[in-house]
Write a protein that binds this ligand. Structure first.
Ligand SMILES: *Cc1c(COP(=O)(O)O)cnc(C)c1O
Length: 374
């Protein structure tokens, strides 16, 4: 008796208030969309060089400084192209000769690969750990930058942000916080560049990068002399950011939704409030999985389990992709695992915009589906 997962109908009480659980693009709050629509006439379709748009960029920059409690001298930069483009910019403007990379999944590996391919840089030092675990940085006199992710989105592992013991002042710590920023706590004094894109915790859309940069990172950007394509030139991005602009035309809706989300976070209590919301969601998800007979948290060490991206393995008797299909048929979207990880798994985002109660509802919906599929 093979139940077609498409035909499983969830009762009303097992339907979350919003069905978006994707790891990016992720849920955009209805209030943000409404605000965008009602402000459209003096914002959308207007010049990004004029005050209306520059004010929004200014609110993003000052709002992020406040949200992250940035120390004096740190500045928020932005540019077009998302995190992937920022990696390329970093290979020109932030890594001088050689970098060290902690690799524990797809995203951390991608930056290391981009650096390895850059003809003007030395072969990076890569410290790798098996997926589902995390490596640690090791101080090395050979490198001028340490690079890791705050949250490995492909596996659901989070990493602490701490300068390696023995690292020197002229070595930069570059943290890819694309899925961590806005949902995870961190101490900005422990890194030099904390960069991300707004389609994850910041409940906006993709296509831009943001970077909180320390004075040491800003100095490095200013001192770079190698030829750099203008669109990847962080010195140009810095100068434009200081004017609350981007080098070329940005997506205005993305900026608006980002500003709205940052202000929503601040109005509710800031980063600690966001992180606590994610903690609650994670307690629901991992607590349920630990008690379940068919589900298990993929990340074995509880302290390494991400509170913004949950990865849940299923017993062989259940096909996790059937669960994802049944969830999708009921409007619960994007719970499929990271493809290349190749596991019998669901991946569920728990970003601040996602209601913790909705996470709880999804766990009960999964139980209901598993019963029907068995
Ligand atoms: C999503 C993600 C990226 C890629 O971001 P783009 O804006 O699509 O380039 C990079 N790193 C991490 C950790 C991510 O989660």
């Amino acid at each position: 008796m093979n139940t077609d997962p498409q035909t499983i109908l969830l009762p009303a009480e097992l339907r979350p208030s919003d069905g978006r659980f994707g790891s990016g693009p992720s849920k955009v709050r209805d209030d943000a969309i409404t605000a965008l629509a009602s402000n459209a006439h003096n914002f959308m379709g207007t010049s990004h060089r004029q005050q209306n748009v520059r004010t929004v960029v200014g609110r993003v920059r000052s709002g992020l400084s406040e949200l992250f409690s940035l120390p004096d001298g740190y500045e928020v930069l932005l540019g077009n192209g998302g995190t992937t483009t920022f990696w390329d910019a970093a290979t020109f403007g932030l890594i001088e000769r050689r970098s060290q990379h902690l690799v524990c999944g797809e995203f951390s590996a991608k930056f290391a690969t981009a650096v390895a391919a850059a003809p003007h840089l030395n072969e990076p030092i890569v410290i790798e750990s098996p997926t589902g675990t995390r490596p640690s940085a090791v101080a090395s006199a050979d490198v001028d930058a340490y690079c890791w992710v705050q949250n490995e989105t492909s596996t659901g592992v989070m990493l602490p942000i701490m300068r390696p013991v023995g690292a020197t002042d002229d070595q930069l710590v570059l943290v890819d916080a694309t899925s961590g920023a806005g949902g995870l706590r961190f101490d900005a004094t422990q890194c030099d560049v904390y960069y991300f894109a707004p389609q994850k915790s910041f409940g906006s859309d993709g296509g831009i990068w943001l970077a909180a940069a320390s004075p040491a990172a800003i100095d490095r950007i200013g001192a770079t002399v190698r030829w750099t394509p203008a669109s990847l030139d962080l010195a140009i991005a810095l100068a434009q950011s200081r004017l609350n602009q981007t080098y070329n035309t940005p997506a205005l809706a993305t900026l608006f939704l980002l500003a709205n989300q940052v202000e929503w976070m601040l109005a509710n209590g800031g980063l600690e409030w966001c992180a606590q919301r994610c903690d609650r969601s994670a307690q629901f998800l991992y607590g349920w999985a630990e008690a379940s007979e068919v589900a298990t948290p993929y990340v074995v060490d509880p302290t390494e389990r991400s509170t913004v991206i949950g990865t849940i393995d299923f017993a062989e008797s259940i096909n996790a992709s059937d669960i994802a299909v049944a969830l999708r048929a009921n409007g619960i979207l994007d719970t499929e695992p990271y493809r290349k990880l190749g596991r019998n798994q669901l991946r569920i985002a728990m970003f601040p915009a996602i209601e913790p109660d909705d996470i709880e509802t999804v766990t009960r919906a999964i139980d209901f589906i598993v019963q029907r599929l068995a």
